[in-house]
Design a binder for this molecule. Structure first.
Ligand SMILES: Nc1ncnc2c1ncn2[C@@H]1O[C@H](COP(=O)(O)OP(=O)(O)OP(=O)(O)O)[C@@H](O)[C@H]1O
Length: 579
């Protein structure tokens, strides 16, 4: 259980203190009116037992005033703690979500390969929501509901220990039932959380892929996956409620049967003269009250058990090791691959024993058939993934111990698939350098040939672009990403198919912009059209993850190997047209 509280509080159990304190006070607060009522009851009883003395109005007034004062104090203290409890719970969830998102940012991309993006969203929203609900409601209610019976038992043991024991005698059986079925409850809760997350992921996938689904008329198949996930959620929900409900009711029934035992014991004791009527009535009064909070305990126990799985999912991600390293990257140093072997799945290497050096301030092109590992090389230079064998270093600094943030500050990237945030187009370029002025943004846009189309937009640089850049054409997005890279002005430039989706007019202009971007930089370029890399200082030819050739365009042609074959194929394809 301790581990559970550690998990739900994100490792900060102290943050649960306000709610625990509020709950304890609430529990105590509920006992006092019950004790005062018992006293009033006793005073009335005494007035009937000895009618000549009459009702003790003094005592009745005193107790009533104490009760009133108590209620006011209770209200004030409870409102204060209530406020603290909720604030603590919501702050914990808000800061927890942010710190988890920040933690995720520091993980290698391998983590994202293993997890469904929808699953990560659910973790941050749904699982945290569950934990938030538990901290703000279930845990305080549980503590408060436990306090009343515990305090009542302690007090009643002094009044009449036999009656007190009779009242609570059946409770251990209720607890035993819960304990025996604990692993079943855990399994049902886990299955339900899993089914809920799966359904949410499928829904997210369906909505994000709606364009492709429509384009390929995949509605039926994809919708089937969505339907299956909702079916599974329905089954998991029925199983959870159908099994947990009777179990909790069973535990409740067992616990409540103590009341019957107490009544039987009380009746015999009363008849035997070992118990006075007021005490018996006091037990009856407290007895009926005491089982209400116990019902709450059992209900909340089920809820807490359920959210334990959400908490564990959160902690599992928290325990993922972020990328380590603080070594700084020397500027103007060569990039060295020394016998590097890497696979996204360690058992299936996609780069094999790769050794080469990229000299600073040169342009190196990576070529090779599709799937030969070109993009993977650029991802490894950015340390998006950790390699399995060999060393990648920049100068004398191995990347495995380099500071990930500093490394990325040295690299500008232009990817094949450009992602634009749902923000203004100006702010999307500013991502390259958050401190850039408007003039610098426009200068970068001009060099990347996007100033003209941006100026023609209704709100110019302040025009919002849809999520992922859905309101811009492929070529426009590519140019925006080149503007970002120009603005970043990093010493290493990774270009992946930078000119692939540009029309012929823009291609020439962007090629010039790229020439500016790459001037005096260390450039690693992937271009499928070999004519664009003819002038590269070095061309590295990959085939099935192995380096098969290396040299300049002329040297490679003279070598009559794979490069020449690729070159010839492309030359032949240059003049293709639809007949
Ligand atoms: N995230 C990933 N997880 C698992 N395997 C991957 C991942 N990315 C790429 N691969 C695999 O690694 C191999 C190399 O892929 P990579 O993208 O580096 O090739 P490429 O030469 O850049 O291909 P292309 O020219 O088609 O872009 C391929 O077999 C690919 O299927």
């Amino acid at each position: 259980m301790n581990h559970y509280f550690y998990n739900i509080s994100g490792g900060n159990t102290r943050s649960l203190l306000p709610s625990a304190l509020a709950a304890i006070l609430d529990g105590i607060a509920k006992v006092v009116p019950a004790a005062l009522l018992a006293d009033i009851f006793n005073t009335i009883y005494l007035s009937f037992a000895a009618p000549e003395a009459g009702l003790n109005f003094g005592r009745m007034w005193t107790v009533s005033v104490i009760l009133l004062i108590w209620l006011v104090v209770e209200y004030a203290a409870y409102s204060y703690l209530y406020d603290k409890t909720y604030k603590a719970a919501y702050s914990l969830a808000a800061s927890g979500r942010l710190s988890l998102a920040e933690h995720i940012r520091h993980l290698s991309l391998g983590f994202f390969g293993r997890r469904d993006p929808g699953d990560i969203t659910n973790l941050l929203l749904s699982d945290y929501g569950q934990v938030e609900q538990t901290i703000s409601h279930n845990v305080p209610q549980l503590i408060s509901a436990v306090m009343l019976p515990v305090l009542a038992l302690a007090g009643l043991l002094f009044v009449d220990w036999r009656m007190a024991l009779a009242m609570f005698a059946a409770m251990p059986f209720g607890v035993l039932l819960l304990w025996l079925t604990d692993s079943l409850q855990a399994r049902l809760s886990e299955n339900h959380v899993r089914a809920k997350n799966e359904a949410a992921s499928r829904l997210q996938e369906y909505l994000s892929g709606i364009r492709e689904i429509k384009a390929h008329n995949m509605g039926g198949k994809r919708f089937e996956r969505l339907r299956l996930s909702f079916d599974e959620l329905k089954r998991a929900s029925i199983r959870l409620e159908g099994i947990m409900g009777p179990m909790i009711m069973g535990a409740m029934l067992l616990t409540r049967s103590g009341l019957t035992l107490m009544i039987v014991t009380g009746s015999y004791s009363l008849a035997g003269g070992e118990l006075t009527l007021p005490v018996f009535l006091l037990f009856l009064l407290v007895g009926t009250k005491i089982f209400e909070p116990l019902t709450v305990v059992l209900m909340n126990y089920g809820e807490i058990r359920y959210s334990a799985y959400s908490a564990r999912r959160i902690m599992d991600v928290r325990q993922e090791q972020p990328q380590q390293g603080s070594g700084s990257i020397p500027s103007g140093a060569p990039i060295i691959f020394d016998h590097v072997t890497f696979g996204y799945d360690a058992q299936k290497p996609v780069l094999k024993d790769l050794t080469f050096t990229i000299q600073p301030h040169t342009i190196t092109a990576l070529v090779g058939p599709s799937g030969s590992g070109k993009s993977t090389v650029t991802r490894l230079i950015s340390r998006f993934w950790e390699i399995q064998e060999g060393i990648i270093s920049i100068g004398s600094q191995p990347l495995s111990s380099a500071g990930p943030e500093q490394l990325l500050s040295e690299i500008s990237m232009v990817f094949q698939d450009v992602y634009l945030f749902q923000d203004t187009i100006g702010n999307n370029i500013r991502i390259g350098n958050m401190k850039a002025t408007q003039a610098e943004i426009e200068a970068a846009a001009k060099r990347a040939c996007c100033h003209e189309f941006i100026s023609a937009l209704p709100q110019g640089y302040d025009t919002p672009v849809g999520e992922g850049g859905s309101t811009l054409s492929g070529g426009e997005k590519q140019r925006v990403s080149i503007a970002r890279a120009l603005l970043k002005d990093a010493s290493i430039v990774l270009l992946d198919e930078a000119t692939a989706s540009l029309d012929p007019e823009n291609e020439t202009a962007v090629q010039q912009a790229i020439n500016e971007l790459v001037a005096d930089k260390t450039v690693i370029l992937i271009a499928h059209r070999l004519k664009t890399i003819r002038n590269a200082d070095k061309i590295i030819v990959l085939d099935q993850g192995e380096l098969v050739e290396e040299g300049t365009h002329e040297e490679l042609l003279a070598h009559h190997g794979l490069y020449e074959k690729l070159w010839d194929t492309q030359q032949g394809a240059e003049g293709w047209r639809v007949k």
